[in-house]
Ligand binder design. Structure first.
Ligand SMILES: Nc1ncnc2c1ncn2[C@@H]1O[C@H](COP(=O)(O)OP(=O)(O)OP(=O)(O)O)[C@@H](O)[C@H]1O
Ligand SMILES: [Mg+2]
Length: 116
């Protein structure tokens, strides 16, 4: 379950999100659409724990990730989020398989030898 309550994100010169409210229930398949610059990436970055809102709250499975520390956000991203970025951000020195496996390098030390 994803719940967004009154979320705003303001960059220095731009307001990316203003008072966003959204609820996505478990099992729902949702596409976020809109013109360039409408705030899709800004909202996904917040839901994915890459960024935090300036105002409002974000709940994932009833946990308030908008108040998480940097370390807590890192753990949340590692265990609960799968990203395919617009700019990809793949590691060029790893195979496709090992790019996919990379998160296990950080949270499953016993499996590190599978990645080289
Ligand atoms: N790091 C940033 N610093 C300053 N302004 C930003 C930053 N990130 C986004 N913005 C601004 O916030 C607004 C929303 O941008 P965002 O990238 O979320 O839009 P988008 O819907 O993902 O666009 P696109 O379809 O082009 O990917 C834009 O006006 C953008 O210029
Ligand atoms: Mg975008």
């Amino acid at each position: 379950m994803i719940k967004i309550k009154s979320v705003s994100r303001i960059f220095k010169s731009e307001t990316a999100l203003t008072n966003i409210n959204l609820e996505i229930k478990e099992g729902e398949f949702v596409a976020l659409i809109g013109p360039s610059g409408s705030g899709k990436s800004s909202l996904l970055n917040i839901i994915g724990g890459l960024d935090s809102p300036d105002e409002g709250e974000v709940f994932i499975s009833n946990k308030r990730i908008s108040s998480y520390s940097d370390l807590e956000l890192s753990k949340y991203r590692n265990s609960s989020v799968g990203f395919i970025f617009q700019e990809f951000h793949l590691e060029p020195f790893l195979s496709v398989k090992n790019n996919v496996l990379l998160p296990t390098f950080f949270n499953h030390p016993d499996k590190r030898r599978n990645i080289c």
